[in-house]
Design a protein around this ligand. Structure first.
Ligand SMILES: Cc1cc2nc3c(=O)[nH]c(=O)nc-3n(C[C@H](O)[C@H](O)[C@H](O)COP(=O)(O)OP(=O)(O)OC[C@H]3O[C@@H](n4cnc5c(N)ncnc54)[C@H](O)[C@@H]3O)c2cc1C
Ligand code: FES
Length: 329
């Protein structure tokens, strides 16, 4: 277990991207250095008594402030270089890793009250950050399964991409071949993909409206890949909407591959107390439920009971909605 810190941290940059997405860079060396792939943060807007709950966000990236030149805005998603392009077709080189990261980057989409207020944050503003939280991806067992697979397939739906960059970097450092399947409603949703180029051999894109890549869900090209390479061993790592996770889990099960899912249930405390984030897992009694914030957010897909939501969770979620509605008044 790594340490978790509750800190007030300054905004270095809040960069608008396409489709209502933003890349928020926060200066927090202690939290950045404690972060492991797959963990998340709870962000609190300060001086806003009308926004009660912290908002959970995957830790998209950690990087050193000095690794970015002053002329280039911190946190910019670099365009692919010629070398990036070459690694895309001829396999993975270990990507540049900051030895002492100082910045935490959150990649988020403005969807409601809290994230719309986040979008207004400016350089020098301060936010409350509780991080890093949850178990990361790479407990020893996960890495062993990744090594046993011929290739790791990342499956991202929309902003789910934010949970997958750090694991992709870690797998690249271990020399494990990887491929990214990334889907969104429209091309403006396909943000952050360039950051993956040095770590993956190929990025297969899909949009529901056909504006970029395959037309339809990302699980279409994923299924084609699994069908075409029936004799290969894969490990799937998925993050995105519930339906996409369920479909990825179903495909993994059908083709006989292990699958890890990073869940994004609504959260209250993120400290294991309120039970608002619980999911049903295989097992009985108390063991039938696990908390996404503390036992997750990463789970083996075949351990998750893929029913839409448990009643207790619905209750907490409706409480969350009521609090949000109160905040909006
Ligand atoms: C572990 C975890 C990691 C996350 N990582 C990211 C991330 O990296 N980037 C990012 O943009 N978002 C991420 N989310 C989702 C993010 O927390 C919500 O979008 C955010 O809390 C919404 O707050 P709001 O006040 O803007 O919206 P609200 O006013 O609370 O809700 C607005 C809309 O957003 C939907 N929504 C709210 N919470 C969630 C949720 N948890 N999952 C899906 N839809 C939700 C609501 O159904 C509603 O339609 C993550 C969630 C979890 C639990
Ligand atoms: S959010 Fe409170 S227990 Fe997980």
């Amino acid at each position: 277990m790594t340490s978790m810190y509750d800190a007030t941290v300054p905004v270095v940059e809040n960069r608008p991207l396409t489709g209502g997405h933003f890349l928020l860079s926060l200066y927090s060396p202690r939290q950045a250095q404690a972060t492991r792939a797959g963990q998340f943060a709870m962000l609190r807007l300060l001086d806003r008594s009308d926004v009660l709950l912290r908002r959970p966000m995957s830790i998209f990236n950690v990087l050193s402030g000095s690794a970015v030149s002053p002329s280039c805005s911190l946190g910019a998603l670099p365009a692919p270089t010629r070398r990036d392009h070459r690694t895309r077709t001829h396999h993975t080189l270990p990507p540049r890793v900051p030895t002492k990261p100082e910045l935490i980057q959150l990649l988020y989409k403005a969807v409601g009250r809290g994230t719309r207020l986040m979008a207004q944050l400016k350089q020098g503003d301060k936010v409350g950050l509780l991080a890093p939280l949850g178990h990361g991806f790479f407990a020893e067992e996960y890495m062993e399964r990744a090594r046993a697979a011929g290739e790791v397939l990342h499956v991202a739906g929309g902003i789910g991409i934010a949970a997958l960059l750090l694991p992709a970097r870690e797998l690249a450092r271990a020399g494990i071949p990887q491929r990214l399947f990334f889907g969104g409603r429209t091309k403006a949703d396909l943000v952050g993909v360039e950051e993956f180029r040095p770590s993956v051999s190929a990025a297969l894109l899909a949009t529901e409206d056909g504006s970029r890549g395959h037309r339809g869900y990302v699980t279409g090209p994923l299924e084609e890949h699994l069908e075409r390479h029936r004799n290969k061993k894969f490990l799937l790592i998925a993050c995105g909407p519930w339906a996409m996770l369920e479909a990825s889990a179903e495909l993994a099960g059908r083709y006989g591959h292990p699958c890890l899912v990073s869940m994004e249930n609504r959260m209250g405390c993120a400290l294991g107390v309120c039970l608002g984030c619980s999911i049903r897992v295989v097992g009985g009694g108390h063991g039938a439920y696990q908390r996404v914030c503390t036992e997750g957010p990463v789970f083996w897909a075949d351990k998750v009971v893929w029913e839409k939501r448990i009643d207790a969770n619905e209750l907490i979620q409706s409480t969350h909605t009521q609090i949000t509605q109160k905040e909006e008044k």
